[in-house]
Structures are given as structure tokens and as C-alpha cells.
Design a protein around this ligand. Sequence first.
Ligand code: B12
Ligand code: SF4
Length: 540
Amino acid sequence: MLIFLIHVRDPQFYALPAKTRAQNGNIRVMGFPPIGIMSLSAVVKRAGHECQMFDQANPDTPNEVIVAEIKKRKPGLVGLSFLSTTSYPYAKMLAREIRAADDKVKLAFGGVFASLNAALVKLQCPEVDFVCRGDGEQLILGLITNLEDPSGVASLTWAKDGTVINNPNRPPERNLDQWPYPDRESLPLDFVESMPLDVPAVLSMERFTTMQTSRGCPWTCMFCDIPIFNEGKWRCRTPQHVVDEFKYLQKLGYGAVYFVDDHFLLQPKRIEAICKGINENDVRIEWGCEGRVDSVAQHLFPAMAKAHCRTLMFGIESGSQKILDRVRKDQTLAEIESAVSKAKKAGIQIVHGFFVVGNPDETVEDMNATFDFAARLPLDTFGFNRLCVYRGTPLWQEYLKRGLINDAEDWYKYFKCSSIDPTCLDGELINDVRRAGLRRLFIYKLLHYPMQTFRLLRRFTRYMPIRDVVYLIIKPFLGKKKGATKAEVLSRAVEHGAMKDAAAEMTQLHDDVLQHVFEESRLERLRIQQENEMPAVSAR
Ligand code: B12
Ligand code: SF4
């Protein structure tokens, strides 16, 4: 069967460096590769099907071209993959365009947002035949062979005679080694790693791609929907499988890789084996990853640096213990200081801190404490985002209970917490304090870490256009931006009507589901802790 897979993007999250071309002739796009559809493409091709992928970031394949290709080639299934609440409006628009052009083609949605809101999405988008929940590999194979009667395809949401049906859940797959490496070579694109002035990833001019070595995270931070997406489980590939993929990527000419894992730093034995394998096989690819500051694998930071780990990103969130506790981050300021210093001492070149501002119960003093804390930490780069709330998170459940949001009306909306929660500071004030905090932070860094700052800026100018670097530096000094962002406006500009009442009937996320995920996460942490304490036989 011919299958089309489309990665739908919110245009804010990629930039086109003036349609430049890579050495191999591919168009270069600034963004992360769509590893979700690349993973599925490899799986369906191995099963003997034909697959064509589209990335919306490609200027050569705008929606009209994709729709024309569908009309011309008549695929048996078109899968639309998107990550978040902010890309849902674009997925919906594209699905409607496709349906208007072809009333027969089978359409499927997948990805985190669609998974967590499957029945509601199906109801709001009747033109989409299937909403696929969770891991897609086994699911898409099952769907392809059961397009006319998918009643036996686990984790699928569909409709029969006007009634939405949620097929039972498929347990999260633990054996990830069974799947082929993502199909990176079939898209006519090369990806420039650095996100538009946001996340620096690995920061190099080498050919860049992403890899996924594990899925999920067994913690339960209030603002995060990863635990519910993975049902509290953490699954990983074996070190050998990861190292083999590194070797393969080196042969293909890749020189920089970023792991999209939610928490890479979970199993010391596995990390040690991966680093050893990289060195023993003379893999010289530079890589980056993310993890928690309370990781028990910190003694391996020097081994990671030796295995070419160039970037390590920590979810720091706040410099106020009160706020860390409020968002149930389950980490201390001392743990943060220790992890960041150890990473720097180990020789990791870029240590990044993710921070959030605009948290519930956060005061101006808490926010200032965050910027002062960030200044004291030997971080190379940092990002201070406004806290947003998504359906599927414990924070969303809290807001429902406090009557601040309504599941039936708000499930697809993208909210900054400050716009709905009266215990947050006012949005304008948050922006003012953030701007002032960033100014203090830059000045502190220049005075106290001049060499580190200079080296970093030099590296930035090597890999990014000067114009972008200048913008990055002066951004905090620029004037105020007012009102809702385009993403917020778009995510709310969706039809209501009869849909609202039906949605109220269909709310899938109940407290007991969340409690179940909390319990599963606790058991998973225990399991991993026990495994970490056992002598190594296999790192799985
Ligand atoms: C890398 C990443 C990014 C990258 C973008 C990557 C890209 N290619 O575009 C960057 C840094 C730009 C980014 C930005 C944002 N992100 Co982000 N991101 C991630 C991250 C860490 C990994 C995604 C990934 O590559 N996964 C690996 C692949 C293999 O998995 P996958 O795409 O889910 O696909 C699998 C299944 O879902 C399924 N599947 C997917 N599509 C389909 C389709 C079909 C037909 C089928 C059958 C199956 C299927 O099969 C695949 C294989 O199993 C996730 C966390 C996570 N673990 O998913 C957050 C995550 C998706 N991001 C999130 C958010 C909030 C954002 C932002 C809105 C942040 C912000 N406020 O600015 C933006 C918005 C970006 C956008 N417009 O979509 C949230 C989404 C929450 C929500 N409910 O909306 C997540 C879950 C993180 C979190 N917990 O907060 N992100
Ligand atoms: S540590 Fe918290 S924020 Fe990070 S992935 Fe795990 S649950 Fe989400």
C-alpha cells in the first residue's frame, strides 16, 4: 500500500535560512527533523509498503502541493503527525483541505496532543477517520491491514455509525530494539540544528539529526504530560542498539545528534555502556541530551564528555524552592547547583538550563530569585519560558477542580497560566520582571564569566548568522510585546456549537486515571532504582 506521512508544524518553530542548500543539494531547514514520521516510515517500508513523507517546513511542499500529490497518487492512508496544542489548528486545517479535495482517502492523526485528546479530536474533526494514541509503530502496521474494520486495532479511536469508539489501550512497548532506525534519507531536507534563537541543541556546523534512545519519564511534575502519554513508564533501547545507530549515522555523514529522550540520565549502566561503545567504535559524532538534576548518573558526566557529549540540558525551572515544591518538581536547589557544576567540571561544553516563569503562587521575589540563581550557576545558555497548561497534566486537573477551566470548552486551548490563574502574577508584570531579570543576568555573566561568555558568543557567531546573534543579545532590551501570541489566538479560534455538549460527555481524563499514572510512575522509579543497584548483566 502507498502511505503518505506528513509532519505538521507551527510555523513559529522553524525558520528557513533563505532556502539555502546543503552540500548534498537538500534544502536546509532550521528545526528538528520529524523523527515521529521518520520512525513510522522505516517500519511501514520494512513491512513492504511504499511511503512518502512531507515536512511542512519544506518550502517546496506547501499544503497545495501535498493535496495535489494526494489527488495524483491516491495513497491508501495519509497520516498527519503533530506534537502539541499549538500545531493542532494547522493539522485541522490541512485535514480539511485534504478531505475537500478527496472524500475517499483515509486520514489518521497521531502524536502527543492527539493521543491525549483522541475522542475529542475525533469529534471535532469528523473528516479524520482515525486518531492514533501512543506509540505508532505496531499501531500503523495493524491499521494498514484493517482500514475497513479497525475494531481490533488497539489504541485507535474511530467512529462507527456516528459513535466515537475508543479501542482498548495497547501497553507501552518495552522492546524498542525491534524497530528499524528512522528513515532519515527519504526527505529532501537537511536540518540545521539550532532552533530559531531558542534551544541551541548541539551547536555545530556538522550535518545534524535527532535520535531517540528512550521514551517516557517516571516523574510527575505538575505541568508535564509525558507521564500520562507513557502511562508512567520509561522504556529504553539497549546500549548496543544505540551505538550501532551512531555508527550507521557516522557512515551516512552525520556529525551532530540531539537525543529527543525525555530523561536520558536515568540508568548509569546503560549510559556507561553507550559511552564505552561510542569510544571503542571511534564514533566522533557530537551529541546532546536532557535529564533531571537528581540523576544518579552524574559520576558519568566525564565519561559522557569523553564520548563527545557536547550539550547537556537540565529542567531547572525555578530558583525558589517554594516554587519547585509547588510544581512538584521533586528536586532541590542544592541538587541543581551540584549537577550544573559537575557537568561543567566534567568538560561538557554547553550546559543549558530550562526555566519557567509565571508559575502559580509565584511572587516578584521568587522570580528575581530565579534570575539571581541562574546568574550564580555556571550555565552557558538558558531559556525562561512562561508556564503554560496542557490537558493531561496534573496542573490541568487542579485548574478543573478550582473552576478555572472547563474541560468541554477548553481542552484544545493553549493557555499561559497567568491568563487564567489568579495566583499567578499578571502577564505584563511577568514580562517586565523577566526583561529586567535577563538584563541583570547578562550583565552578571559578562562581568563574572567573561571568558565563558566570550567563547560562547564566538561559537554562536560561527554557527549562526551575525544578525541572529545580535537579535539574541538585544532581545531582553527590546520594548514590550502586548496581548496573546499568535499560537494562543489560533488555538482558540475553533468552532463551538453542539460540539461543546458532546465533548462534556466524552471527557476521558479522570482523577483515577491520573492517580493510576502516579502509582505506575512510582513503581517504575522503584523498578529502575532496583535495576541500578543490581550488578550489570544486561542494561535493559
Ligand atoms: C523535540 C520536541 C520539540 C521540538 C520540535 C520537534 C519537531 N520535530 O518539530 C521543539 C523544541 C521545536 C518543540 C517545540 C514545542 N514543543 Co515540544 N517536544 C519535543 C519532544 C521533547 C520530543 C518529540 C519527539 O521527537 N518525539 C519522538 C517521536 C518518535 O515521537 P512522536 O513524534 O510522539 O511520534 C510517535 C507517536 O506519537 C506516534 N505518532 C506520531 N504521529 C503519528 C501519526 C500517525 C498516523 C500514527 C499512526 C502515529 C503517530 O508514532 C511515533 C512513533 O512511536 C516532546 C516530548 C515527547 N517525548 O514527545 C515535546 C512535546 C511534544 N512538546 C511540547 C510542547 C508544549 C512544545 C511547544 C508548544 C513548547 C512551547 N511552549 O513553545 C513547542 C511547539 C512546537 C509545535 N509547534 O509543535 C509538549 C506537548 C504538550 C501538548 N499537549 O501540547 C511535549 C509533549 C513536551 C511536554 N511534556 O511539555 N518540541
Ligand atoms: S522530569 Fe518532569 S518535566 Fe521532565 S519529563 Fe519528567 S515529568 Fe516531565
